[in-house]
Ligand binder design. Structure first.
Ligand code: SF4
Length: 341
């Protein structure tokens, strides 16, 4: 029998808890009398993250993973729900209070320099980030900048250089240094290694893991690439059309995926294992519009196992018979599909 559990289970070491988060964006009306419509980018999701661990959020483009990251950072005003960080609801606090917390929750984007002044040296960039968050005095900051360069594996003279003088991998090292400069607890990595070559990706992932261990950092790692996610995650959350369809510890999710969508994503990862017994699950078509998501299970228009019940009833995110107590999936037939796979 399926067991309903609190989707955002909290323990003594929970650092961030998201409850019932919704992020809707209004659609511009084409006709005056047209009913107001919304893109439901994130639609009622709940989860929790333990301190010093990595939760990866995966899914196809448009599934809501980056919007979730942006909502945690309050780069968007959440439509509804709570984002609890150290007993503070980030979704509700004022801009002034938010400024104080901002240093503790940092972000690394795909291209950390996209929003930066190309004429400012790395020294100016790091100094400014620390000044805004009132980290140390001038002397401390000087020492801290040199320490940061060493932590991310760049020579000290990198501080005097301009953004365009660095390669993609080096830029990401500077992005990490900038995030670290203000002593964060949580870092949101939004497609942070997606634009890099595979060998550079591995170096950055190893660096992130080393720093996590050293500073007990918590990562929210947003990626469309499950082969990368496999190397960095403790827990993985799969999203589809604004909903969580499966969340589990990494090993459980990769070894025993319960949701057909997760199975399809995993079966699309290239493998060199010629003996692999993995059964391919193909999904056809595009992700439907998040303005009018399909009724019932949102995945039913692409799911090879869909029935009438799937079209009518939305499955809740639950522990399943074939999974551990910490493994939740939103599918009416997860156990039957698992048994036959
Ligand atoms: Fe497929 Fe139905 Fe499960 Fe949705 S509930 S994933 S449509 S089998």
């Amino acid at each position: 029998m399926d067991k309903v559990v609190d989707k955002a289970q909290v323990t003594d070491t929970t650092v961030l808890q998201v409850k019932g988060l919704k992020q809707y964006f209004p659609v511009k009306k084409e006709k005056i009398r047209q009913e107001k419509q919304y893109v439901k980018a994130v639609d009622d999701i709940s989860f929790a993250i333990e301190k010093g661990t990595t939760l990866s959020i995966v899914g196809e483009s448009g599934c809501g993973k980056s919007t979730t990251g942006r909502a945690i950072l309050r780069l968007e005003e959440p439509t509804d729900g709570e984002i609890l960080y150290k007993d503070t609801d980030l979704a509700k606090i004022s801009k002034r209070q938010l400024k104080k917390v901002r240093g503790e929750i940092q972000v690394i984007f795909q291209d950390p320099f996209a929003s930066l002044n190309p004429r400012r040296t790395i020294r100016k960039m790091l100094n400014e980030a620390m000044e805004i968050q009132q980290v140390g005095d001038r002397q401390n900051r000087e020492a801290r900048m040199l320490e940061l360069m060493s932590l991310v594996g760049l020579p000290p003279d990198s501080l005097e250089r301009l953004p365009h003088e660095f390669s993609g991998g080096q830029r990401q090292r500077i992005g990490i240094a900038r995030a670290l400069s203000v002593n964060p607890e949580v870092i949101i990595c939004d497609e942070a290694v997606s634009a890099l070559d595979v060998s550079i990706q591995a170096q950055i992932i190893n660096l992130l893991k080393k720093l996590q261990k050293q500073f007990n950092l918590t990562y929210v790692f947003i990626s469309h690439d499950l082969s990368v996610v496999r190397h960095i995650s403790d827990r993985v959350m799969v999203m589809y059309l604004g909903k969580i369809v499966e969340i589990a510890d990494k090993k459980d999710l990769f070894d025993k995926p319960l949701h057909p969508y997760t199975k399809a994503l995993l079966s699309a990862i290239p493998t060199t294992d010629l003996d692999s017994q993995r059964k391919e699950i193909e999904i056809s078509g595009d992700v439907p519009s998040p303005i009018n998501p399909p009724s019932g299970c949102r995945f039913h228009t692409r799911c090879p196992f869909a029935t009438e019940k799937c079209r009518q009833e939305e499955p809740s995110l639950q522990v399943k018979m074939n999974g551990s107590d910490n493994h939740l999936a939103a599918c009416h037939y997860a156990d039957e599909i698992f048994a036959n796979s």
